[in-house]
Ligand binder design. Structure first.
Ligand SMILES: [Zn+2]
Length: 152
């Protein structure tokens, strides 16, 4: 089988940030890297799970909601995927900045964290999710469209 394009990015040269991964029939995939690949520090599962619930909830209620196709974690636990349709890169950056700002100070119940709504509702960690979001918010401060480029 052919190597898919996301495996062709040199993961040894990657730093935390938001990157344009691919565009398929107008659907744009962004990689939001929270951790340096193979850096020895990864998103811990419970915090990543909570971040997923809050990120998806925020994005799907935001002014950009009609352009959000998917939000979800990477299996390697270094980041998240965001898939959009019909959204400018600038607005995609803004959406992630706003999502991280929201999560970094979130208090209260984790949306969707019940046995009926989630596949592993007990595995949640809001304080980790807040910490991850705060660190990404810092990384994305003043982020430009040019910085979305993966250097291959
Ligand atoms: Zn869940």
């Amino acid at each position: 089988m052919e190597k898919i394009s996301s495996f062709q990015v040199d993961h040894t040269k990657l730093n935390p940030g938001m990157y344009l991964s691919r565009i398929d029939q107008g659907v744009v995939t962004y990689d939001i890297r929270f951790c340096k690949p193979n850096g020895g520090v990864y998103l811990e599962n419970a915090g990543m799970h909570t971040l997923e619930h809050l990120f998806a909830t925020y994005a799907r209620n935001s002014e950009y909601k009609d352009h959000v196709i998917y939000v979800g974690p990477m299996g390697c636990r270094t980041g998240f995927y965001l898939l959009t349709l019909g959204l400018s890169h600038q607005d995609a950056i803004r959406l992630v900045q706003q999502s991280m700002a929201f999560i970094s100070t979130y208090e209260g119940e984790i949306p969707g964290a019940t046995e009926v709504e989630c596949g592993n509702y007990r595995e949640q960690n809001l304080s980790s999710a807040r910490r991850y979001a705060a660190s990404m918010l810092q990384v994305l401060e003043g982020y430009t469209v040019k910085q979305l480029e993966y250097r291959r």
